[in-house]
Structure formats: structure tokens, C-alpha cells
Design a protein around this ligand. Structure first.
Ligand code: NAD
Ligand code: WQD
Length: 340
């Protein structure tokens, strides 16, 4: 089985390439390094002992993408990670997000159709649910998007559904909750450019001294400790779900040619619980303060994951402690990796 991974040098993509290679799949990666580093390729090879077949392609470049896909007609499935993902930036520069996330997906679907490639796994997000009562299942209503980024995920899901209905395409849309942690080897992990927006990289960067202090955005929410609640899922668990999704498509296990699955742990953790777990696991005291709420944050969300467990045969294996341990090991190793 040959799998094309778009955005395969990114955070979730790189971990998925490792799991695919370890499971014996032939993997082809494309990326434009917009939000990743070429050293990731070498580090994947160090983990799996297998060379990564890679081409530097921007999915917005329709001509290059079509040429590439037409030379690789034997691809059995595409896992489509390539996208821009910074919520704040999408508010400031919406056209970039619509062009990259929606335009790039259109180019990819066109190239797949031209070359008879019929299976796609798409990276969607729990952001499509907005504020809902947890646990949130796949049949929860899609809410008006809070940001252009969130809207690109909703639009892509709609485009994929329409194209699935109109052609031989088979689609699995995976709605990720909050991916965190890193590979056990600490050779790959999340590489936030500039100041991180997300909680866990902000925690690890503060602990290592790159940031002075972490601000907890609000402790006056209607939750047990007053801070927001999220469903933090280990990136390796998440990566493994993509293998299950590819199997689901290739073994034709689906009831409908368009399927949606939540990928989460089913358990909510508050911001303060995450901080306390980090301190416990690493024995590092974190410098943090309570600040005002961040605009646009929802109070709490966590996944209902029964569908993924029943139909994909997947559930998470790692806990929050392992998420914090691996995120910290990665942060400690990061500098030396980028230099080498
Ligand atoms: P990431 O930025 O680490 O990885 C995305 C990769 O895509 C990067 O390597 C980037 O260089 C590449 N890329 C971006 N635009 C491209 C283009 N035009 N052509 C080729 N390559 C391009 O992000 P990630 O966290 O690994 O996220 C992967 C996917 O999962 C994205 O679609 C993201 O929206 C989605 N997602 C992420 C999260 C999260 O919190 N990390 C949550 C839900 C959904
Ligand atoms: C988690 C909690 C913050 C930073 C985002 C995207 C979402 C999805 C996942 C892609 C919140 C708090 C954070 C800090 C803090 N991505 N926090 N201090 O907001 O749940 O989701 O990433 O699809 O679309 O919106 O994740 O990690 O930013 O925040 O107190 O410095 O941590 O307020 O309650 P979020 P996050």
C-alpha cells in the first residue's frame, strides 16, 4: 500500500509517517516547509530506519501538484495534513487561510480525481463544534465558525462530502481535539514558530527559560477550578488513528463513503490540571500567573469517542502524564536537533 502524506514533515504528519513506515506502508511525503524543518526527514529516518521519499511541493501550486500525482498514480490513499493552523493569524490574514487550506484541498482533490485515487483521510478539528455540551459526539451540530481557520475546516468537510457524493471518492474526516506530546525518542515533536499560541508548547518553553512566564487565561470559568477544560490527546495515539482510518477505507469497512470520527481521549483536563501534571512529572516548578480570559475561548470541550472505538477499532493508550513527559523530553532535546 502506497500512501501520500501532505504536510508530512509537520507535527502530526511526522508522527503519522513514523507509524505508517513502522506498519510497513510505502510512504511518499510532500511539504513546502512553511511550518516545519527539513531536519524532520532525517529524524524520521533515525526512528524507523527507513528513508523518507519526499518532494518539496506547495499544494497551492496546482501544476506541480498535478505533475507529482500523475507520476504517482499507484497511490492507494492520501492523508491530507497540509494546512495553515494559527487561529489568530487566520483572523488577521483570512485570504492566506482560504487559499492554502481550501484552495490547496481543491487542488489535491482535482489531482486525485484525474489520476483515479479514491481514498482520502482529512485533518479536521473539534473547532467545528464551537461551544457544545461535552462529551461531544460526531452528530453534535456544526456551529458558526469562530475564526477563518475554523471556517476552512468546515468548508473543506463540505467540499469533501460533495465530492464524495459526486465521484468514487471515499473520505474519512478526523476531528482532532487537542494534540500534545511528542515521540518517545524525542527526535520529532511540535515545532511552533515564534511565540506559541497553544498551552503545552508555552508550558515547556517557559519551563526551559525561552519564555518568562505562562499566563493562565482566566480562572473565573464555570468549571471545578475555574480554568478551561480541553481534551488533550497524545500525538502518537492520534497518528495511530490515521493507520486505522486508512485500513477502514482500503478494507471497505465503511457503511457510508463519507465518514467522520472524533479523535480524543474522552476525558477533559483543566488548564491548572495540565500545569500540575507537568510539574509532577518533570519535577520542574513552572512560573505562571493568572491573567484575563483570552477572547474566543470556549469554557470546556471533550470528545465522545465511542464511534472511533467501535468502527475504527481505535482508542487512546496514553495519559496526560505521558503527554507532559514526552513534550518535556522533546523541548529539552530541541535545540541540539536543529543545530545538527
Ligand atoms: P503543522 O503546521 O505542524 O503541519 C502542517 C504541515 O503542512 C507543515 O509541515 C507545513 O509546512 C505544511 N504545509 C502548510 N501549507 C502547505 C502547502 N501549501 N503545501 C505543502 N505543505 C504545506 O500542523 P499540525 O499540527 O501537524 O496539523 C496538521 C493538520 O491537522 C492541519 O490540517 C491542522 O489544521 C490540523 N489540526 C491540527 C490541530 C493541532 O492542534 N495541532 C488540531 C486540529 C486539526
Ligand atoms: C488550551 C487552553 C487557553 C495558552 C486551539 C485551536 C483549535 C485546535 C487546537 C486546530 C485554553 C489556555 C493557552 C496559554 C492558557 N487547533 N491557555 N495560556 O484554544 O483549545 O484550541 O488548538 O484545529 O482550533 O483553537 O488550544 O492550546 O490554545 O488552549 O491559559 O498561554 O489553554 O485559554 O483554555 P485551544 P490552546
Amino acid at each position: 500500500m502506497k500512501i501520500l502524506v501532505t504536510g508530512g514533515t509537520g507535527y502530526i504528519g511526522s508522527h503519522t509517517v513514523v507509524e505508517l513506515q513502522n506498519a510497513g506502508y510505502e510512504v511518499v511525503v510532500i511539504d513546502n516547509f512553511d511550518n516545519s524543518h527539513p531536519s524532520v526527514l532525517l529524524n524520521i529516518e533515525k526512528i524507523t530506519g527507513k528513508k523518507v521519499v519526499f518532494e518539496n511541493i506547495d499544494i497551492r501550486d496546482k501544476k506541480s501538484l498535478r505533475e507529482f500525482v500523475s507520476k504517482n498514480k499507484d497511490i492507494n490513499a492520501v492523508i491530507h495534513f497540509a494546512a495553515s493552523k494559527a487561529v489568530g493569524e487566520s483572523v488577521e490574514n483570512p485570504l492566506k487561510y482560504y487559499e492554502n487550506n481550501v484552495g490547496g484541498t481543491l487542488n489535491l482533490l482535482e489531482a486525485m480525481q484525474e489520476n483515479g485515487i479514491e481514498n482520502i483521510v482529512f485533518s479536521s478539528s473539534c473547532t467545528v463544534y464551537g461551544e457544545a455540551t461535552p462529551p461531544v459526539n460526531e452528530d453534535a451540530p456544526i456551529m458558526l465558525a469562530q475564526s477563518p481557520y475554523g471556517n476552512t475546516k468546515q468548508i473543506c468537510e463540505e467540499v469533501l462530502l460533495d465530492q464524495t457524493n459526486a465521484s468514487n471518492l471515499k473520505t474519512v474526516s478526523l476531528r482532532y481535539f487537542n494534540p500534545v506530546g511528542a515521540h518517545d525518542s524525542a527526535l520529532i515533536g511540535e515545532l511552533p514558530l515564534g511565540i506559541p499560541n497553544n498551552l503545552v508548547p508555552y508550558i515547556t518553553q517557559t519551563a526551559i527559560g525561552k519564555r518568562e512566564i505562562l499566563t493562565v487565561f482566566g480562572n473565573d470559568y464555570n468549571t471545578p477550578d475555574g480554568t478551561c477544560i480541553r481534551d488533550f490527546i497524545h500525538v502518537v495515539d492520534l497518528a495511530k488513528a490515521h493507520i486505522k482510518a486508512v485500513e477502514y477505507l482500503s478494507n471497505k469497512k465503511y457503511k457510508s463513503s463519507y465518514s467522520v470520527f472524533n479523535l480524543g481521549t474522552g476525558k477533559g483536563s483543566s488548564v491548572l490540571e495540565v500545569i500540575q501534571t507537568f510539574e509532577k512529572v518533570t519535577q520542574v516548578k513552572l512560573n505562571y500567573k493568572i491573567g484575563p480570559r483570552r477572547g474566543g475561548d470556549i469554557t470546556q470541550i471533550y470528545a465522545g469517542c465511542e464511534k472511533a472505538e467501535k468502527e475504527l477499532g481505535w482508542k487512546t493508550e496514553r495519559d496526560l502524564e505521558n503527554c507532559m513527559k514526552t513534550a518535556w523530553d522533546w523541548e529539552k532535546k530541541l535545540e541540539s536537533l536543529l543545530i545538527s
